[in-house]
Design a protein around this ligand. Sequence first.
Ligand code: FPP
Length: 256
Amino acid sequence: MSIVTPPPAVPRHLAIIMDGNGRWAAQRKRPRMIGHRAGARAVNTCIDFCLERGIAALTLFAFSSENWGRPEEEVGALMKLFLNALEREVDELHRRGVRVRFIGERQRFSDAIRARMQHAESLTAGNTRLHLGIAASYGGRQDIAHAARSLAEDVAAGRLRPEDIDESVFGTRVALADLPPPDLFIRTGGDIRISNFLLWQLAYTELWFTDILWPEFDASALQAALQAYASRERRYGLTSAQLAQGAAALSEVSAR
Ligand code: FPP
């Protein structure tokens, strides 16, 4: 039996639902948009932290498919914030070796935002220090449905046999298929749910929830999450005794 090293104590891939911007603003009797702006600053803190700690991938839920249903004024202001952030931050991210990629239904955004997304992706495509994934107009069920559709198209065209579709083939068609799945998921803002984020990819992810509102989520809060993560035993359906022996099967299940 080969000895397999368990996943490292620092997550390779961190996925975050950044919740609580609106409540943070309400506590200060300010418009919700002030909370989103403060949230954008917290995004920078989080990127700095990942770069310092050598975390390889960070995926942020910036805007869900369902968020289009928010009041028109808030959606419009969020779009302006995204566009400004793209214009302002991308060169600096590139300079620091960050690769930027967007997942979600890009066609729902304006031409200006789509062009900026495209520019950010092509400018930073060769970077390897940190992979920054931004989920925008993203939904986990939508992601899985797209994967199913793409497989069905291959079957209909005779490129794939139904019996060849298994978890590993399916996994190549969902978003971020070229990255290890998230090791650690964080949700700020007090709610204990996944809210249609990365449903396929989170199957074996460690989950961590905090009441801290996103604009106040800083390096010490991130450190607390990492500490909790380091103390978890990731068994992937195996037993503690098997893990202690270094079960060969661990490498197979943890790669999913
Ligand atoms: C959830 O808080 C947050 C959002 C829907 C928007 C997230 C956007 C940012 C953090 C700002 C910019 C991001 C990037 C990537 C530039 P909420 O509005 O649901 O808060 P609430 O639950 O307190 O109302």
